[in-house]
Design a protein around this ligand. Structure first.
Ligand SMILES: Cc1cc2nc3c(=O)[nH]c(=O)nc-3n(C[C@H](O)[C@H](O)[C@H](O)COP(=O)(O)O)c2cc1C
Length: 166
């Protein structure tokens, strides 16, 4: 691949970025029919504390691209170490609908995952297309946190447990 006139080894680039260990979150949003879609991402960033604003990045090829770019609200759910199976399920290709028995709502009406380490209930703030991804900004309208428990992490292409060490 040639990027900015430089030969670019995409695999080596991905490997380099894989050294940046992250948490894992499930983003959830309703489609126009009221079905709850989920996608696993690790591109979450806290942008501003006052007001509370977060961003995450959505690949242009995502099957539910329209759902996540046209929704008015969505939730960000930080996964615990026990949620690896859920993470694998919601990063598979194709349509990924969340089961009603794991969902609740907070303030905006977006579907929120029960049992997550923490959940942020967000209103869509703005979007920006950058390369092959859409950067999605959310205003945090409400949040809740369990305050304890190991987190699910992603590091060098595999899931890991992020333990507090306390
Ligand atoms: C740990 C992990 C992190 C991911 N982070 C992102 C991300 O930040 N943005 C994104 O669009 N997809 C991300 N993905 C990929 C999506 O979960 C999903 O696999 C992708 O949307 C392909 O499925 P689809 O094209 O059928 O929607 C991640 C996957 C994994 C396993």
């Amino acid at each position: 691949m040639i990027v900015n006139d430089i030969a670019f080894d995409e695999l080596a680039y991905r490997r380099a970025l894989g050294g940046f260990g992250t948490g894992v979150v499930l983003i959830a949003a309703h489609d126009a029919l009221g079905r709850a879609h989920g996608v696993i991402v690790n591109s979450l960033t806290s942008v501003s504390l006052a007001p509370p604003v977060i961003l995450w990045c959505l690949g242009g090829g995502c099957a539910a691209f329209e759902v996540f770019t046209s929704c008015r609200s969505f939730s960000v759910n930080i996964l615990g170490a026990g949620d690896e199976a859920l993470a694998r399920q919601f990063s598979r290709r194709g349509e990924r609908l969340l089961p009603a028995d794991r969902l609740t709502e907070m303030q905006t009406g977006a579907p929120v995952l029960s049992g997550a380490l923490a959940s942020l209930d967000c209103r869509m703030r703005s979007r920006a297309q950058v390369g092959d991804h859409e950067v999605i900004y959310g205003d945090v309208a409400a949040f809740r946190a369990m305050g304890a428990g190991d987190a699910l992490g992603y590091f060098r292409g595999g899931y890991v447990t992020l333990a507090s060490g306390a």
